[in-house]
Design a protein around this ligand. Structure first.
Ligand SMILES: Cc1ncc(C[n+]2csc(CCOP(=O)(O)OP(=O)(O)O)c2C)c(N)n1
Ligand SMILES: [Mg+2]
Length: 191
């Protein structure tokens, strides 16, 4: 099975000017482990917030590439947001869902993607035409290219192994994270 940390390390290598919204829990850790960056906005515990936050940033900053990296539990919680992504259709928005079929961060309880729910189909039904499920190395290599530079909006649901990775904890100070992200994104100091 695909390894989440390796996939994100490759996805974020030489990332250029991309803004990254990291969904709660393990997605935050994966993005931090790939290299901390002020252009990362870590949501920590804000479950259901990653896709809506990424959508808002993409609409506000249409010239910037915006990448959401999040988990299946988070994406299931905000599934209605796929309809708004589909309706607004920002070309600069890409969404990578690390689907371990678990609420990994809280002990590995199975999510509905282990029981038939198909997040790529849900995104497509919401109007996000470019939605795919990634299971193999070859599919991952192709998806990384699309997530980094393909015309959006697009969603890649990457099926990853359920094992947790070693802890890699980003800064936890929310106002600090918000200020440094705004400064990095806007090029002006945010007080
Ligand atoms: C509203 C809300 N409910 C519950 C939690 C507790 N919680 C923290 S992480 C998590 C699991 C997240 O699952 P997923 O998005 O799939 O992430 P991963 O499997 O990568 O850890 C849960 C339920 C929370 N932070 N917020
Ligand atoms: Mg999960």
């Amino acid at each position: 099975m695909l390894n989440r940390r390796e996939a994100i390390s490759r996805l974020l290598a030489d990332r250029g000017d991309m803004l990254v919204v990291a969904g709660l829990g393990q997605s935050c850790f994966d993005c931090f482990a790939a290299g901390d960056d002020p252009r990362n906005f870590y949501l920590w515990g804000a479950m259901g917030g990653a896709v809506p936050a990424g959508l808002g940033i993409a609409l506000a900053q249409p010239e910037r590439r915006v990448l959401v990296v999040t988990g299946d539990g988070d994406a299931l919680m905000s599934a209605g947001a796929f309809a708004t992504v589909g309706a607004e259709a920002p070309e600069n928005l890409a969404i990578c869902i690390l689907d371990n079929e678990r609420y990994g961060e809280t002990g590995g309880q199975v999510t509905h993607t282990a029981r038939g729910a198909d997040l790529a189909a849900m995104a497509a039904a919401g109007g996000v035409g470019k939605a795919r499920t990634v299971r193999t190395e070859a599919e991952l290599a192709d998806a990384i290219g699309a997530l980094r530079s393909g015309a959006g909006p697009l969603v890649a649901v990457v099926k990853v192994a359920p094992e947790s990775e070693p802890g890699a904890l980003p800064p936890q100070d929310g106002p600090h994270l918000k200020r440094r992200f705004r400064t990095a994104a806007l090029g002006v100091e945010d007080k």
